[in-house]
Design a protein around this ligand. Structure first.
Ligand code: NI
Length: 144
């Protein structure tokens, strides 16, 4: 393990109070431990995204307006373009107006990101996020 470094952080008081509340709820003993996890997470994501040919796993969650014009057809057409990358799709009718789709993905990082960006940028998608990760055996081999 490398040497432990202490450094100061300037931060808005409101932001720090919210952060302390959050880390308390998540059960972190110290701000430092929570910050280390945040940094590790960012580094893992950056490493994955920087290696376009890496085989990765992903899940893309989309929340959208069921009534948005042509949206379902456009989403379907894009998913057919990436049928090799999509393992499974779960569709949930969450209310009269809203749908949620959770798409399980496996393939080269470049394909997963391309597919996700095409879906996320469609008009009518209210919120969405891609989670990218690696098989656990690969994560434990990599040094962060
Ligand atoms: Ni639906």
């Amino acid at each position: 393990m490398s040497e432990l470094i202490r450094f100061g952080v300037s931060i808005d008081q409101d932001l720090l109070e919210n952060y302390d509340h959050l880390i308390g709820e998540r059960g972190y003993a110290t701000r430092s431990e929570a910050l280390r996890d945040l940094i590790r997470e960012a580094l893992i994501q950056q490493k994955i995204e920087a290696q376009a040919n890496t085989e990765a796993l992903g899940s893309l969650t989309l929340v959208y307006d069921h009534h948005a014009r042509n949206l379902s057809q456009e989403m379907g057409a894009i998913q057919h373009d990436f049928h090799d990358t999509i393992l499974s799709v779960m569709h949930l009718h969450v209310s009269h107006d809203d749908c949620m789709e959770i798409i399980a993905l496996r393939g080269e990082v470049s394909s997963i990101v391309k597919l996700s960006n095409r879906l996320l940028s469609l008009k009518g998608i209210k919120n969405g996020k891609l989670f990218l990760t690696l098989p656990s055996s690969v994560i434990t081999e990599k040094k962060f």
